[in-house]
Design a protein. Structure first.
Lengths: 261, 338
């Protein structure tokens, strides 16, 4: 049977993040944690393959203990096994160290296909998927809009700005999924029951992985955050509340002042 | 990497993206930016061009300021594929040891650069909107939005080389053209590129380009959820037609299926900086603002006086966009007729 590994990340719903108007800092309290949308589409794609051809779907996440919740949600959607890669030693990792850690975990497993999301909404880098593939020496196809299985190969519709490529690759390989690809299924009551009663989230820590200290965590991260800040707000312009005709007159006047009309 | 070996890395390299033998605009933007950085580092900017029969593209790379061009010309590089491109550019980098390598943050650059960074064991900063040289350490300071544009972060890659970044298209400015620029072109030979193909292209389907690219438009009439329904986008089209612009939109309307994805402005869409941006029924979520705040003049029309779009607008109108737009278009039509 085919083995599919899906990498998921638990992220704060950045659409819900607000800035403190006084201090200009992020208000993180009360922001819901979700499975990253592109990853969830990747999981749905894997479950769809499972429905159609039969497959074992394993979800894996690197993160703090709380990521257990995201993994349980994946189990409740229909994933067969879940692995949480968690250790203080993995903390502070940039994409290089994250991908190196996840690759070390995946090396311990059997796989035909690895699916990751294209990018996470908290970092928006799109780097971890291709970097895992590089560490594992696998072909990767990014920006997948559709995935089909054909014998020992995958057929993927790969998105570009102004075109698609229909690509074919032999498994094992890695695909990064776009959230546009599908509409992820909901958890079922039975699934939720299973996820908490009958299934385990396997925990792997530092000692479970064969990877050099220099390739994980902060120490294994070539990049450093030098500083972070909120953007300077540009000077506020003129806001008017007039009737329709006056509004239009106001706009025309301003466009003429600026020589656009 | 030791201090000593870091100093062996010199020069700024720009990956030149070509599709169908046409150079993508962001590559010119990066050559111009790379030239600025190179000046501060007292070094040069090199354009690295991968493709097949691409010699004809070199003249323009020189005009935009490349001091040198490296070409890897091979039939296997005609169309972008991850592994052959990763192999070719990695070999160029290993041979020449640049201190900085820049890629456009495109669907190609965001696939290629991560693989190259993993292969060369160096850092990569995604989707940068600002690049500067630290005057003291001479390190590259790479600034990018994070948390969906809620905060900005400046990233360094102090102990690995090259320092690599992908840069958002439309953010860096192209410099003035240098006519008759003549620069050296190095043909970089690699033997076995075809052997690195591990994915097969079965078919290439181009989307029909009906409308002007929103990144090239001087005037954008942009609609959000406040337009009410997809039919009301006709009002935007009409105004865009009169002003010689084109329409764009917020993410909400793309997600709702009202408009094509290629119209989307913002963090997960495109960065635009037109001369005039008219935001119609757009509330101005931070993710949207991140993609349009550099527009020269911003006009916002929105029913909600508390909409955050008014924070960035030069001129804000509190009112019903579906009433204001038809009258506005009509009045402009009259003015133009005069």
């Amino acid at each position: 049977m085919m083995n599919i590994i899906v990498c998921i990340k638990q992220v704060p719903d950045t659409n819900e993040v607000k800035l403190d108007p006084v201090t200009g800092t992020l208000i993180r309290e009360g922001v819901p944690s979700i499975i990253n949308p592109d990853d969830k589409a990747g999981l749905e794609a894997a479950l769809h393959i499972k429905d159609e051809y039969g497959a074992k779907v394993t979800v894996i996440s690197m993160g703090p203990q709380q990521a257990d919740l995201a993994l349980r949600e994946a189990l409740a959607m229909g994933a067969d096994e879940a692995i949480l890669v968690t250790d203080r030693a993995f903390g502070g990792a940039d994409t290089w160290a994250t991908s190196s850690t996840l690759a070390a975990a995946i090396k311990k497993m059997d796989y035909d296909l690895i699916i990751t999301g294209r990018q996470a909404i908290d970092g928006d880098t799109a780097q971890v998927g291709p970097q895992i593939a590089e560490h594992l020496g696998l072909a990767n196809i990014s920006y997948a809009e559709d995935i089909k299985i054909e014998g020992d190969s995958v057929l993927v519709r790969r998105q570009y700005e102004d075109r698609y490529h229909m690509l074919k690759a032999k498994m094992p390989c890695l695909i990064t999924a776009l959230s546009e690809m599908n509409k992820p299924r909901y958890m079922t009551p039975g699934g939720i029951f299973d996820a908490y009663r009958n299934k385990e989230v396997t925990i792997w820590t530092r000692t479970d992985l064969e990877v050099a200290d220099g390739n994980i965590g902060l120490k294994g991260s070539p990049t450093r955050v030098y500083k972070s800040f909120t953007k300077a707000v540009k000077g506020k312009g003129t806001v008017v509340a007039l009737d329709t005709q006056e509004s239009v007159d106001f706009l025309i006047e301003k466009l003429q002042e600026k020589f656009i009309l | 990497m030791t201090k000593l070996s870091i100093h062996e890395y010199k020069g700024v390299f720009v990956f030149v993206q070509q599709i169908d033998n046409k150079v993508t605009s962001v590559s010119y933007e990066l050559i111009s930016k790379g030239k600025e950085l190179a000046k501060e580092l007292e070094t040069s900017v090199t354009a690295v061009l991968l493709g097949f029969k691409v010699d004809g593209l070199c003249q323009n790379l020189a005009k935009y300021g490349a001091d040198k061009i490296i070409v890897v010309d091979d039939a296997s590089l005609e169309t972008y594929m991850t592994e052959p491109y990763t192999h070719a550019i990695s070999e160029v980098i290993k041979a020449h040891k640049p201190e900085i390598v820049l890629f456009g943050a495109t669907a190609i650059g965001r696939d290629l650069a991560p693989r190259v960074s993993a292969r060369l064991h160096t850092g990569l900063t995604a989707d940068c909107t600002k690049l500067e040289i630290d005057p003291e350490t001479k390190n590259l300071m790479m600034t990018r939005p994070a948390f969906g544009g809620n905060i900005m972060a400046t990233i360094l890659c102090p102990e690995h080389r090259p320092q690599m970044a992908t840069v958002r298209p439309g953010v860096m400015q192209k410099s003035e053209l240098i006519e008759d620029a003549k620069v050296p072109v190095e043909q970089f030979k690699l033997d076995d590129i075809a052997a690195h193909k591990n994915v097969e292209i079965m078919e290439i389907i181009k989307k029909t380009a009906g409308k002007m690219d929103i990144m090239d438009a001087k005037i954008l009439i942009s609609g959000g959820r406040g337009m009410g329904c997809p039919e009301n986008f006709k009002l935007l089209e009409d105004l865009a037609h009169e002003l010689g612009g084109t329409i764009s939109s917020s993410r909400a309307c793309v997600d709702a299926g009202w408009v094509e994805k290629d119209r989307q402005v913002g963090q997960t869409g495109k960065t635009v900086r037109p001369n005039l941006y008219i935001a119609c029924g757009i509330s101005g979520a931070i993710q949207h603002v991140a993609g349009m705040e550099e527009s020269e003049i911003i006009i916002a029309i929105n029913k909600d006086p508390g909409a955050p779009i008014f924070e960035v607008a030069d001129y804000g109108i509190v009112g019903d966009v579906t009433k204001i737009l038809p009258l506005f278009t009509e009045q402009i039509k009259k003015l133009i007729a005069q």
